[in-house]
Design a protein around this ligand. Structure first.
Ligand code: AMP
Length: 286
């Protein structure tokens, strides 16, 4: 496994691999890897000749009041985990190289970034779409794998790739969960034992919504959101950022569920802000 730190070296190697007719699979991450990330590496491994994992905590997707400095980092463990999954290249660029002095160019997807996480993190998606575009230009992947865990991000990236005619296929891989349903996340490290005990409530709320739609035939978003909110009443230390039901195409809230929707929520739990989502088609049987 190669560890590449410079943009030139990564880009030159990608060109050589392409000339040799090798397909490149790419998994962008911010490191502190867990089973969720590893499942994406496996998905890339299964489809391509050369797997590149990037490890880069991207400063432009954090607001000044967020956890950029506290974000957990452990390169040595990440290196071992990547190697065990048969990763060919880790690309871990330095901040100063990715955003040099005078850096001025951003990629922005409109509309799809207004609601859900975009409402409480207004600069977040601009940072994500900018870094992903830069990484695509450096790694030149045929396929890039993202997690359903960040459901809005996956929809935004797909739209960007389509709108800008980027020559890469986007694969979205299912959310990997702990045995009690909590979606795996590098930020789960921030949870105290007590907070960790309450955190599966996010997935419970999503499973309740799934039952209401698919088994009980409820179609009113307000009714579903109300019942989900009720689960969080009197749970100490959990503060809802949003619970929302959006159309998967437009990422706009819907009042009635008549087509494919994403039910998504974000909850502040102590120092962590946890997110989760499911995609539902109203006519699908459970
Ligand atoms: P991050 O390092 O948190 O920026 O995530 C890098 C990639 O891993 C993103 O595409 C995430 O959606 C994906 N990912 C994070 N957690 C999970 C999970 N629990 N299951 C599946 N994919 C995940």
């Amino acid at each position: 496994m190669k560890i590449i730190k410079t943009i030139d070296e990564m880009q030159n190697l990608a060109k050589v691999l392409k000339r040799e007719g090798k397909s490149i699979g790419f998994v962008p991450t911010m490191g502190y890897l867990h089973e969720g990330h590893l499942s994406l590496i496996r998905a890339a491994r299964a489809k391509t000749d050369v797997v590149v994992v990037s490890i880069y905590v991207n400063p432009t997707q954090f607001s000044p009041n967020e956890d950029l400095d506290a974000y957990p980092r452990d390169f040595e463990t990440d290196r071992i985990l990547c190697e065990n999954e048969g990763t060919d290249i880790i690309f871990c660029p330095r901040d100063g190289d990715m955003y040099h002095d005078g850096y001025s160019t951003y990629v922005e997807v409109e509309n799809l970034t207004k609601h859900l996480c975009g409402a409480s993190r207004p600069e977040h998606f601009r940072g994500v779409t900018t870094i992903v575009t830069k990484l695509f230009n450096i790694v030149m992947p045929d396929i890039a794998v993202f997690g359903q865990k960040d459901g809005q991000q996956a929809l935004v990236i797909k739209r960007m790739v389509d709108d800008l005619n980027l020559p890469v296929e986007i694969i979205v891989s299912p959310t990997v969960r702990e045995s009690d349903g909590l979606a795996m996340s590098s930020r789960n490290k921030y949870l105290t034992p007590e907070q960790r005990k309450n955190s599966p409530l996010l997935y419970k709320a999503l499973k309740l919504a799934e039952k209401l739609v698919l088994k009980d035939g409820v179609r009113s978003s307000a009714e579903i959101i109300d019942k989900m909110l009720n689960l969080f009443h009197n749970i100490p230390g959990m503060k809802i950022d949003y619970i929302s039901i959006v159309d998967t195409n437009s990422v706009q809230p819907v009042s009635e569920i008549n087509s494919e929707v994403m039910i998504a929520l974000a909850v502040f739990v102590g120092a962590a802000r946890l997110i989760d989502n499911i995609i539902l088609k109203p006519d699908k049987e459970v």
